[in-house]
Design a protein around this ligand. Structure first.
Ligand code: UFG
Length: 329
């Protein structure tokens, strides 16, 4: 029996495929390669060029492979873009997941682990954030992810499908081997943008706002290594395979760092002074997002290995230094 990874050519998907194959699992990857890269797909995975909105393509995979469970990363994930083009997010994230679930139900595949996000909470009620806290997204991306969770909930009630939603905080870092890492075009995430400065691709890093109610005025986030996220998907799948009920888990280290602290860590890792420019706040950024991941630890037995930001940034730097053009070379 195989695990189907949708979006397995993307950043978190490709790292999860590496962990699954290292754990001896049989893996099938489907990706439309709109944002993912063929070169990011582990050579031992069977690859299908397919879009989750394409019902025939989904049916074909479930008919030609023996799939015991699905891990679903195939979605649009840029907060800013979701505000400019909300219908793209409804189409890809909700339309795509609708087609996928229809095909799963039709083929009797009833276990799915999928990417959700801290953006489902919006402005948090308290820090650290618990899974039971209020969900009130402040952007369209978070809204579609929350709607995906609800779609799974109703499908579960009607058809007995079981799901795990994993609400990631700030994914970062790269595979410790340096063979795969983060590559987005355009890049919008803090750590890869900071590392473009020592890589010689950018003069300085913009700091979006220094007047937040935090100890140095810059936003606090919970940075979690992509390999730790990948491990959580495997644990969540095993939890479902063992009969676990549908569930939602936060994935973070439970420790917050300000933007200025992340830049300082990157200076220490790279030995580069990394100049900064203070810019206006970016619309929609909450001052603080820090997870309580106690539930994932106690229910799934998840234990992040990379709890030190310096090590996390060092893995990202090793990847960016060796692959300045990502997967393009
Ligand atoms: N930031 C800067 N300068 C930059 C880029 C980012 O100061 O050039 C700041 C942001 O304002 C934010 C922090 O760095 O305070 C982190 O920003 P990212 O864009 O790296 O990440 P976000 O916290 O905005 O977004 C992440 C995920 C989203 C998810 C969101 C949950 O990437 O998918 O968390 O709120 F929706």
């Amino acid at each position: 029996m195989a695990i189907l990874v949708l979006g397995g050519a993307g950043y978190i998907g490709s790292h999860t495929v590496y962990e699954l194959i290292d754990a001896g699992r049989d893996v099938v990857v489907a990706d439309n390669l709109l944002t993912g890269f063929r070169a990011a797909v582990h050579p031992k995975a069977r690859f299908y060029l397919a879009d989750i909105r394409d019902r025939q393509a989904m049916d074909r995979i479930f008919e030609s492979e023996q799939i015991e469970g699905v891990i679903h990363f195939a979605a649009s994930s840029q907060v800013g873009e979701s505000m400019q083009d909300p219908l793209k997010y409804y189409d890809n994230n909700l339309g795509g997941t609708t087609v996928l679930l229809q095909s799963m139900v039709a083929h009797g595949v009833d276990k799915i682990v999928f990417s959700s996000t801290a953006a489902t909470y919006g402005e948090p009620e308290r820090i650290p954030i618990l899974e039971t806290d209020r969900t009130a997204p402040t952007n369209c991306y978070g809204e579609t992810k929350l709607a995906m969770e609800k779609m799974m909930g109703w499908t579960s009630r009607a058809h007995g499908l079981r799901y795990v939603a994993l609400r990631y905080f700030n994914a970062c870092g790269a595979h410790p081997s340096g063979c795969i890492g983060e590559a987005h075009a355009p890049e919008t995430h803090l750590i890869p943008l900071i590392l473009q400065v020592p890589a010689g691709k950018r003069q300085e890093i913009s700091v979006f706002g220094d007047d937040y109610p935090t100890h140095d005025g810059t936003c606090i986030r919970d940075y979690i290594h992509v390999t730790d996220l990948a491990q959580a998907h495997i644990l969540a799948l095993d939890y479902l395979l063992a009969g676990g009920e549908s569930n939602v888990f936060n994935l973070g280290n439970g420790v917050g760092f300000t933007v200025q602290e992340v830049i300082q860590v990157a200076r220490e890792v790279t030995g580069h002074p990394i100049p900064t420019r203070i810019c206006p706040r970016r619309a929609g950024d909450p001052a603080q997002l820090v997870a309580s991941a106690e539930k994932a630890r106690s229910v799934l037995g998840w234990k992040p290995r990379y709890d030190d930001l310096k090590t996390i940034v060092a893995t990202a730097w090793a990847w960016h230094k060796a692959h300045p053009n990502g997967f393009a070379e």
